[in-house]
Design a protein around this ligand. Structure first.
Ligand SMILES: [Zn+2]
Ligand SMILES: [Zn+2]
Length: 145
């Protein structure tokens, strides 16, 4: 959160209450969260549910600023804990068993993806590699498959 506040200040952007709440909620959970689910979580208790469009706008902002990653395959969002820029290539390891998500990046992967895009004269706007499978914890915990 401190990083997001600092970055917003540096870039002259406003971390509005809804953006802040959305980011806090995503930080509180290391699993991907859908926009509707997020709307439920950050709506005031007993109050009116936030309009999904407002939540989507807040999420768009957070993704653009690199605070949050969007997982296309799940149509869900997850907070970035590593300070990746929005233009960085990030690999997500998504566990099918527990729903946990881990992320990693490497210079070699960045280079390889850039070379593929350049080879096709393609300008990427969203560079996420999704690897679905089983995390180390679930693999060792469950013998049944
Ligand atoms: Zn990240
Ligand atoms: Zn797992």
């Amino acid at each position: 959160m401190a990083r997001a506040e600092r970055v917003c200040r540096e870039r002259g952007l406003r971390l509005t209450p809804i953006r802040r709440k959305a980011l806090e909620a995503l930080h509180a959970d290391h699993k991907p969260v859908g926009a509707y689910d997020l709307a439920d979580r950050i709506s005031p208790p007993g109050g009116r549910r936030l309009a999904p469009i407002s939540v989507y706008r807040a999420l768009d902002f957070l993704v653009e600023q690199g605070f949050v990653h969007r997982l296309s395959s799940r149509n869900a969002y997850v907070a970035c804990l590593h300070g990746h820029g929005a233009d960085e290539v990030v690999a997500f390891l998504i566990c099918e068993a527990c729903g946990g998500v881990d992320e990693d990046s490497s210079p070699a992967m960045r280079k390889a993806v850039a070379a593929i895009a350049q080879g096709r004269q393609f300008t990427p706007s969203h560079q996420v590699v999704e690897i679905v499978g089983r995390c180390d914890h679930c693999r060792s915990a469950g013998s049944h498959d």
